[in-house]
Design a protein. Structure first.
Lengths: 459, 123
């Protein structure tokens, strides 16, 4: 018997593994210094408002199609922060890669990449996009009216077939799995509520309020935020509680005049329960919405994730061990299977239908970074590793997971990463770990023989 | 279901565990077996009811006989006490696996009017 893990979970070989397992990440690299001037970006950022690292431009200032070194993507807002962090890093690489992204809704990635059954064509990019400079500035751009530019990649936190009308991916689109995202039922911090069940969510978002099964205090329709059927958060929540994904969630199509419950985005969910819904502001305990957990955590000063009790579960759990304190960021319940609402981020990419090679070299690099197959390149923007980037963004790297699942919100199974980083994740998120520190495998006990990221792991 | 319950008691959490177990180990029991009078409540700074399902496993000592497949046997110190699963294998067992952390009760029968354990069909 020896020390090996603090989770207390049995590690088992991959069962129904659907994820890209954690291929060995390189050790943290040292930045090789500033590598590129960004004059072209500065020229494009004419009207940007500089208010800090995550500055947002005041208005669209550029033609997206003219952005240099760009690969163009579209999808949901659950992954926007992750994409943003990667984009900032890649903008400072030599040569730079610019990720231009639009996040109107997860399933828009499918309409942009999967040919319409009737027309045989994909939908060109339109409307607004955004990209990020190495200094963190977010720049808005616009696709010109009538543009025929199509997406190189799409991002969702769900499988393609969860989107309505998509029966599978064509041969020229690949599906690449990235970090894990939790999903959260959120309430304002002033709410009296701390937990919810799958059954309660089913009644609230399936049957709707006023059906005789109202669940106090969530009985005010205009205080309940929802999403349309193009939202990953909505589709995954529906799957998790047994609502058909073909069915609109309750309140998703109410007009703004009746509360505007289609909150539009993950950030919109936070804004809805804390500001834009008058009913929610007046009665915080009646407020409810849902979004990606990484978004909820970005606004922990305003909202909290409810503990969730899945069907067949005896009690409700937060994603983290505790709501506050030392263990309030460890994602232990999510990583070990007690918090049910999570799914991997997917990066869909245009590839050669025969060789499956990405059609653009920069796209191939982006995929390699996103999936942890390659470490991020040196960048003037940051010296952090991709592992740290994921943790900082409140994602869970696959290498820190102890469970996997088959399909979107599917059943859980034990998971042993190829190169575990659970100890490192614990150390980074709680500032402590029971794991033995190490610099080489030879320092580790037989029970945990692999020195990964500075700690002895079973594998 | 696999082996149910139990865990060891860490010295720092003895009092908390005693409270949790003493007031009702089945505090987070399912809706078919609700705890009379409601679950034990342990106050936290953030408020709201909390139930501690487990007071062990925090120091990370587990048995590792080192299976070549990377599997880890159940922790020897997880002995069963509060409706949690020491060595989860199935999806529902992972949902109910043991932890040192707190869980929050949500009694469907008490909270959902007319709930009988079966969800009404959507119309």
């Amino acid at each position: 018997m020896a020390r090996a893990s603090q989770s207390g979970l049995a590690q088992r070989p991959h069962q129904e593994v659907q994820f890209v397992t954690s291929s060995p990440l390189r050790h943290p690299h040292k930045a090789r210094g500033r590598t590129l001037t960004q004059a072209c970006f500065a020229a494009l950022a004419i009207a940007s408002v500089s208010t800090g690292a995550s500055t947002v431009s005041a208005q669209a200032v550029a033609d997206c199609a003219a952005v240099p070194n760009a690969i163009f993507g579209i999808g949901g807002s659950a992954g926007t922060n992750l994409i943003k962090q990667i984009a900032i890093h890649l903008a400072g690489a030599n040569p730079p890669i610019t990720l231009v992204y639009s996040d109107p809704g997860a399933c828009q990635a499918m309409t942009a990449l999967v040919p319409n059954a009737a027309t045989g064509a994909v939908t060109p990019l339109s409307g607004n996009g955004k990209y990020w400079q190495a200094d963190g500035k977010e720049i808005s751009c616009t696709y010109a009216s009538g543009s025929t530019l199509t997406a190189d990649w799409g991002a969702m936190a769900q499988e393609a077939t969860t989107c309505s009308g998509v029966e599978g991916l064509p041969a020229n689109v690949s599906d690449n799995l990235g970090p894990i995202s939790g999903f959260s039922l959120i309430v304002p911090n002033a709410s009296s509520e701390y937990a919810i069940s799958a059954e309660a969510v089913y009644y609230i978002y399936g049957l709707g309020v006023g059906t005789g099964h109202d669940i106090s205090p969530w009985v005010v329709p205009t205080a309940i935020g929802s999403r349309t059927t193009t939202s990953a958060a909505g589709l995954l929540l529906a799957k998790a509680v047994g609502i058909p994904t073909s069915r609109k969630l309750a309140f998703s199509d109410l007009p703004v005049t009746k509360g505007g419950q289609d909150v539009g985005s993950n950030k919109g969910a936070v804004e809805f329960v804390t500001a834009t819904s008058a009913a929610a502001v007046a009665n915080p305990s009646a407020a409810l919405a849902f979004c990606a957990t990484e978004t909820a955590e970005e606004y922990r000063d305003k909202v909290r994730t409810l503990a969730f009790k899945a069907e067949g579960q005896d009690c409700a759990y937060f994603p983290d061990t505790d709501l506050t304190g030392t263990n309030s960021a460890d994602k232990k319940n999510l990583r070990e299977g007690r918090y049910f609402l999570w799914n991997p981020h997917h990066l869909f990419a245009k590839v050669d239908p025969v060789t499956k090679a990405p059609l653009k070299a920069d796209l191939a690099k982006f995929i390699a970074y996103f999936t942890s197959r390659e470490e991020l390149p040196a960048s003037s923007a940051s010296t952090q590793t991709y592992l740290d980037l994921q943790i900082k963004n409140k994602n869970v790297p696959v290498c820190a997971m102890r469970v996997t699942r088959s399909g979107d919100m599917g059943p859980l199974a034990s998971f042993q990463p190829d190169k575990s980083c659970g100890c490192y994740f614990d150390k980074k998120t709680t500032n402590s770990t029971a794991c033995q520190a190490c610099t080489t495998n030879s320092e580790c006990p037989a029970s945990a023989p692999s020195c990964n990221y500075g700690f002895c792991e079973v594998k | 279901m696999g082996t149910l319950n139990n865990k060891r008691i860490s010295s720092l959490q003895t009092a908390l565990l005693a409270l949790a177990l003493g007031l009702g180990a089945a505090a987070c029991g399912d809706d078919d077996n609700p705890t009379p009078g409601g679950p034990p409540v342990i106050g936290l700074p953030d408020g709201g009811p909390v139930t501690n399902l487990d007071a062990g496993l925090d120091s990370g000592v587990v048995t590792t006989d080192g299976g070549s497949d990377g599997s880890v046997p159940p922790p020897a110190n997880c002995t069963g006490a509060a409706n949690c699963v020491c060595a989860p294998k199935t999806s529902v067992e992972f949902l109910n696996s043991c932890t040192t952390g707190a869980c929050r009760p949500f009694d469907n029968k008490a909270r959902i009017p007319g709930f009988t354990g079966t969800k009404l069909p959507l119309q």
